[in-house]
Write a new protein. Structure first.
Length: 360
């Protein structure tokens, strides 16, 4: 069984957008910034102080072809999860100096190619953790207590009191396994303390003993976690080692009727194997906020969510809502915009993931 690499984070300090320290002489307003997705007006107002932003008028995202059309003469791109950047994209945008991704996981962005083209690639490392942990717990409660399933039944068949009986799994006394104990794993563990469950985790880099005591968690091996848990949460980034970590063979080791929740990356889970396990009754429920089709960097990614997952009554599926809190999304976009301002002003950005030697 493959073992994932470490997914530890350096911390969960909240990043403030910072002062608006414009330098018009270095970052003239004729420098074009492509914002690939809808952002709040105050984010665009900030960008207008030192650049000429282009953004969707409606709450939507530009298609890849639209991004390319706008970015051919752009100095910067404020990108989102729906974007995919590779060497061919960069070659078509010779004036680019920075791609500022309004996200934490950058597996859809080729950092090495950005470096070779002299383009900074930056992320927002910490603001997504807390809201994503909230959603992880919400999905866990929903799928284990069959809330959405019961809601759908009531809307179609009407209220019938105690029948049908939607028996589920209670968190109190349950054994919950966390795959990944980085910033997100620790945030989820903190939230689970109040539910009275027994929490175990697997990570290639274990916590210090005092951290385990504070979070009330215990480290176990990967296979042991699968076989002992009533509920398993995938909280891992996508790497070569974590791709399809939860394969058909791994899912077969879960307790009969166990529930699986994925808020890490879609391709950590083999969705076809999940669908088969649900249909066969091995898996009691599946909740996900991320999907294999989102992982653009993988040439073999599926083009859609498997119909069997969409149709199955024991699934709870949300459209990548992890950070979808109004104030959080605004702060994320402002933090990404600030890093554009830093680079266009001739300064080093706060949160780079590469070191482009030809960048200026």
């Amino acid at each position: 069984m493959p073992r994932p690499g470490s997914c530890r984070s350096s911390g969960t300090t909240r990043i403030a957008p910072g002062p608006l320290d414009y330098r018009y002489d270095v970052a003239p307003a004729n420098q074009k910034v492509v914002v690939t997705h809808w952002v709040a007006d105050d984010v665009l107002d900030y960008l207008r102080e030192f650049s000429r932003p282009i953004a969707p008028r409606e709450p939507t995202v530009f298609s890849r072809s639209e991004v390319l059309a706008h970015a051919r003469d752009a100095s910067a791109i404020l990108a989102c999860m729906a974007d995919w950047v590779d060497s061919s994209f960069l070659a078509a945008c010779p004036r680019l100096r920075i791609i500022s991704a309004a996200l934490k996981g950058f597996d859809n962005f080729d950092a090495a190619a950005c470096e070779q083209h002299g383009v900074w690639l930056t992320i927002v490392p910490d603001l997504l953790t807390e809201p994503t942990a909230d959603l992880a717990v919400a999905l866990t409660l929903d799928v284990t207590r069959r809330v959405s399933e019961a809601d759908r039944d009531l809307r179609v068949n009407g209220f019938s009191g105690w029948r049908p009986v939607f028996y589920g799994i209670g968190l109190s006394g349950a054994t919950v396994g966390l795959l990944g104990m980085g910033a997100l794993g620790r945030a989820v563990a903190r939230r689970l303390i109040g539910f009275g469950c027994h929490t175990v985790y697997f990570d290639a880099q274990p916590l210090a003993l005092h951290e385990e005591k504070t979070l009330m968690v215990r480290q176990v091996g990967f296979e042991e976690l699968l076989t002992m848990c009533d509920i398993v949460l995938a909280l891992l980034p996508l790497t070569p080692n974590t791709h399809h970590l939860l394969s058909a063979a791994a899912i077969a080791q879960l307790r009969p009727g166990a529930c699986l929740v994925n808020v890490g990356r879609g391709s950590v889970v083999d969705e076809q194997a999940v669908a088969a396990a649900l249909i066969g009754g091995q898996l009691g429920g599946y909740a996900a906020d991320v999907f294999e089709m989102e992982d653009w960097a993988r040439a073999d990614r599926p083009q859609a969510i498997p119909p069997a997952l969409l149709k199955h009554p024991r699934t709870v599926l949300t459209p990548h809502l992890g950070s979808a809190v109004r104030t959080v999304r605004r702060d994320i976009a402002l933090t990404a915009a600030r890093q554009i301002q830093q680079v266009l002003s001739g300064n080093r950005p706060d949160h780079p993931v590469n070191e482009p030697t030809t960048a200026v």
